[in-house]
Write a protein that binds this ligand. Structure first.
Ligand SMILES: NC(=O)c1ccc[n+]([C@@H]2O[C@H](COP(=O)([O-])OP(=O)(O)OC[C@H]3O[C@@H](n4cnc5c(N)ncnc54)[C@H](O)[C@@H]3O)[C@@H](O)[C@H]2O)c1
Length: 346
């Protein structure tokens, strides 16, 4: 049976499922949001719940999601549990009439992800996926500098996401890390890839790929390359986009130069007279710029948009439809990895 949820415009009562590594960041942000209050936290671990009670005295705790979703002081839930639990938790929450913000990835297969989107539509509830980087001021700034009149034609994108773990017990490095980069590429290009080709390898004696190199093919010959690794001692969080007039670089680990723009590029001009098939290469040279990026916490921006969506009914940037596009791409990457890089349609 569904609860009657509060009418639009009122304070949103939020619950959090999962208080492991990432959940505490959500609890801190949710507890501090205007127009919302954190009423309950659920985790299977008694130790984690003891920590919640220590930090947030007014917040109720519980160990089972069934108990949480049956409460009548919750309008919306944030799910920050391991990836393999997401689809079941999202379904159960939507069936109880709750709005949902779920950490990436929303599900581990295309059918489940599509079904969750349909369920949210039918129930008239917000289903948003936690692609934190879409709420990163550096990525937003990058998008501004990709405006076609300044950037020219996009040629390719390259993303690197390496570190020593944290190694997941339920999914491989692609499902853990690449959702961020696929989401960033799709957001920057306003498109989804048509095909994927990828290779991976297992060096850490896990039964899953801990390193992968994936290439995504977008329309008009634009390619995007993603390198993810749990086995690299050099932590990198970088996205590069190269176009005919500019190169734009995002480095999430740089405090003072989060975004850099190289006002340089090469494009193809007119055919050279008397030379069959040869064209002039037009090289454009200019400055390297580090624009000011107004500091803000991406997770807070994301949670503000979720609450705003619940209150106003306006869809968030990372809808279930957007999340489905990312999952289709992850499925194609995995299929390609199984056939050692053969291109697979998304
Ligand atoms: N956006 C980001 O930058 C970012 C960063 C880190 C993690 N994440 C995502 O957050 C999610 C959680 O990651 P984590 O590192 O916190 O994992 P974690 O394993 O550290 O924590 C998961 C917590 O969920 C609890 N849990 C598991 N199943 C549960 C269930 N059915 N009901 C209630 N509690 C349950 C566990 O007891 C644990 O405390 C993952 O989807 C991960 O991809 C996102």
């Amino acid at each position: 049976m569904q609860h009657d949820r509060r009418p639009a415009g009122q304070r949103v009562r939020l619950a959090l499922v999962g208080f492991g590594y990432w959940g505490p960041n959500y609890a801190r942000v949710l507890n501090d949001l205007p127009d919302a209050e954190l009423t309950a936290v659920c985790d299977r671990s008694a130790d984690r719940l003891a920590l919640v009670r220590q930090r947030y005295r007014a917040v109720t705790t519980c160990a089972s999601e069934a108990e949480l979703f049956a409460r009548d002081d919750v309008d919306a839930v944030v799910i920050a549990t391991p990836a393999s639990t997401h689809a079941d938790l999202v379904r159960a929450a939507l069936e109880r009439g709750l709005h949902v913000l779920v950490e990436k990835p929303m599900a581990l297969d295309t059918d489940s992800a599509a079904a969750l989107g349909r369920l949210a539509d039918t129930a008239g509830r917000v289903l948003m996926v936690g692609y934190t980087f879409l709420y990163n001021a550096g990525i937003r700034k990058m998008k501004e500098y990709l405006a076609p009149d300044q950037f020219g034609r996009p040629y390719y994108l390259h993303a690197t996401r390496t570190n020593l773990g944290p190694i997941r017990a339920d999914v491989n490095a692609v499902w853990d890390l690449a959702p961020h980069d696929i989401a960033i590429f799709n957001y920057l290009l306003d498109a989804e890839p048509q095909w994927a080709s990828a290779v991976g390898t297992r060096v850490l004696r896990t039964d899953r790929d801990d390193i992968a190199f994936a290439t995504l093919g977008y329309a008009d010959g634009v390619v995007g390359n993603i390198h993810v690794s749990w086995a690299d001692p050099n932590k990198v969080r970088e996205v590069v986009v190269v176009g005919s007039r500019r190169r734009v670089v995002f480095d999430d680990l740089s405090d003072d130069e989060r975004v850099r723009i190289f006002e340089r590029g090469v494009s193809v001009g007119d055919a050279i007279a008397d030379s069959y098939g040869e064209f002039k290469l037009l090289v454009r040279d200019g400055d390297i710029i580090s624009p000011k990026v107004q500091p803000s916490e991406p997770l807070k921006n994301q949670c503000l948009e979720f609450v705003e969506s619940v209150r106003s009914g306006r869809p968030p940037l990372a809808t279930a439809r957007f999340g489905l596009g990312v999952i289709k791409t992850l499925v194609a990457i995995e299929a390609s990895m199984r056939s050692r890089g053969a291109a697979v349609d998304v």
